[in-house]
Design a protein around this ligand. Structure first.
Ligand SMILES: Cc1cc2nc3c(=O)[nH]c(=O)nc-3n(C[C@H](O)[C@H](O)[C@H](O)COP(=O)(O)OP(=O)(O)OC[C@H]3O[C@@H](n4cnc5c(N)ncnc54)[C@H](O)[C@@H]3O)c2cc1C
Ligand code: SF4
Length: 507
């Protein structure tokens, strides 16, 4: 059953073999695996239950429902926008369905540096194969690439740069282009469509609009979770929910999980919890084309440029380039400037293509709890990462011109407009200080990095907490570094891995 905490009699006390916190890629998978293994499961989700009928394809209506802080979450000093989902299904409700495995070179380095004995390469590979089959991950056929993506392909071809098509987890996609505000056609093979129904069928109880605030523990053993039922509109607490459980699995995302661990004073001698956040920060360049691009139509992000993304060389470039998604409100927010200048750019909306360079970052950010329900994120790319971000932006501008743009807009304040033929080196010399340009991130990860050495890591390579028995982590927090590829496939895989381990373990 799926319940709405705001409609339940409060206060409420529940008992289960396992309490999972968060129903995104990691949490929904761990809950499904544990419920199907025979555990009684209560899953707490701060967001609401949304069905395809609720996805009304309006940015202004959907962002407040689908995203934390109405889509306005930022770092503490407002330097970086951090988009994260809330709702039964988490960020998989509105993500763009790209699926990629973490390169073997990164996984190999993790194994060496962090000791991941319970997650050998063969286990990773088997998990990936299983998740790809479960979510029907397939290459998007070339005849379904829209003009926006074909322009990126054109740019790569013209420059002789590496690129290729991407694989997605979608079936029966109409190509409406509304992925980022939820799918009205139920075409996303995501946590909400595939995992949650199976978890419920196996007996899991899902409590939506219920935010965990504290993990109960005593003398090194977990006892359950204290949570708050939330008022639907304001998200203010309206009553207490307590789940007593000998196992607790935190999957509240790479920001929510470390905040909960720290608020609950969970011991962590290595001090890594909430200290090593990576986010794949991104910059966007837009190109104005003579012919309409209509970037909002069709399947977003089916082509990638990997020319500037090196995984093996320490001094290689680290930018992953894809077309940036382009609804009108989002585009207007990204286009710098005001008044007539802004209007002039927006008048060209149908002719704009936008490419984004996401950074495989090394900067370590920080997450802290803020009061009973909030959290703060400290993150600003270090000097080396800022240089790489500008290099990525420069590469986006080159690709746009190579694809035929007549001018390229760099979103500084005021905007820098480069005409065709103008040298682009000035982009590399920009001063990327906070507020100079919109830096956006959609892939928080790495804030509770796994490792088998309890003196260093808080959780092991099965997500088991080293210092509190019965406590587990199953989300993007577990990555020991940035991964440089879209993370959901790997988080689903880790959710499966952790779900199996905690189902086997004695409480
Ligand atoms: C716009 C956008 C596009 C993206 N596109 C892609 C893509 O194409 N491919 C890809 O691989 N990745 C993509 N991502 C990222 C991907 O969706 C996430 O990395 C992934 O879903 C993270 O999984 P998770 O389990 O760590 O957290 P989430 O999926 O974010 O789930 C965490 C859940 O926990 C809930 N929660 C948080 N705190 C609490 C609490 N205290 N109590 C109860 N519940 C809580 C949240 O509401 C949320 O539902 C995208 C992200 C965004 C924002
Ligand atoms: S493009 Fe496909 S997956 Fe995205 S919202 Fe439209 S139908 Fe759904």
């Amino acid at each position: 059953m799926i319940f709405d905490a705001a409609r339940l009699p409060l206060p409420l006390r529940l008992r289960a073999d396992l309490c999972v916190v968060g129903s995104g890629a990691g949490g929904a998978m761990a809950a499904m695996v544990a419920a199907e293994a025979g555990l009684s499961v209560v899953l707490l989700e701060a967001g609401e239950l949304l069905t395809p009928a609720d996805m009304i394809q309006r940015e202004e209506a959907m962002f407040p429902r689908l995203y934390w802080e109405g889509g306005g979450r930022t770092t503490k000093g407002r330097e970086v926008k951090i988009h994260q989902g809330r709702g039964v299904g988490g960020s998989t409700l509105h993500n763009l369905n790209l699926c990629k495995r973490i390169p073997a070179s990164i996984r190999g380095r993790w194994a060496e540096e962090r000791r991941l004995d319970r997650l050998p390469p063969a286990t990773w590979d088997a998990l990936y194969a299983e998740v790809e089959a479960l979510l029907k991950v397939e290459a998007v056929p070339r005849d379904r690439w829209n003009r926006h993506n074909r322009l990126l392909e054109d740019g790569c071809r013209a420059l002789g740069w590496a690129g290729g098509g991407l694989a997605h987890n979608r079936s029966g996609c109409m190509g409406s282009g509304f992925c980022e505000v939820g799918c009205a056609y139920d075409a996303k093979n995501n946590a909400a469509k595939i995992l949650v129904p199976r978890a419920v069928k196996a007996g899991a109880q899902i409590v939506a609009r219920c935010q965990a605030v504290h993990v109960r523990h005593d003398r090194g053993r977990v006892l359950g979770v204290d949570a708050r039922a939330l008022e639907p509109r304001t998200h203010r607490p309206i009553g207490e929910v307590v789940v007593e459980a000998p196992r607790v699995c935190l999957a509240a995302s790479a920001t929510g999980t470390p905040a909960l661990l720290r608020r609950s004073s969970i011991p962590d001698p290595g001090g890594e919890t909430g200290e090593r956040l990576h986010v794949h920060p991104a910059l966007v360049a837009s190109g104005d084309f003579d012919e309409p691009v209509r970037a909002w139509q069709g399947i977003p992000q089916t082509y990638e440029c990997t020319e500037h993304l090196e995984f093996t060389r320490e001094d290689g470039h680290r930018s992953w380039i894809v077309p940036a998604f382009a609804h009108p409100v989002g585009t207007a927010a990204l286009v710098p400037g005001h008044g007539a200048a802004h209007r002039d750019v927006m008048k060209r909306y149908a002719h704009l293509a936008a490419f984004t360079a996401m950074l495989h970052d090394r900067t370590a950010g920080r997450v802290r709890p803020d009061g009973e329900l909030g959290l703060t994120i400290d993150y600003w790319p270090d000097a080396a990462d800022r240089r790489e971000l500008l290099h990525g932006l420069w590469a986006c501008a080159r690709l746009l011109f190579a694809a035929g743009a007549r001018r390229v807009l760099i979103p500084t304040q005021p905007p820098r407009i480069f005409e065709r033929g103008e040298p682009l080196d000035a982009i590399l010399a920009l001063d990327l200080v906070p507020g100079a340009m919109d830096v956006t991130a959609v892939h928080p990860m790495g804030s509770v990095p796994m490792g088998d050495d309890p003196a260093r890591a808080a959780v092991d390579s099965e997500g088991r907490h080293h210092h509190v028995k019965g406590l587990w982590v199953a989300d993007g927090s577990l990555f020991p570094s940035s991964i440089g590829v879209p993370p959901q496939l790997s988080i689903y895989a880790l959710g499966m891995h952790v779900g199996r381990a905690l189902s086997r373990a004695t409480p």
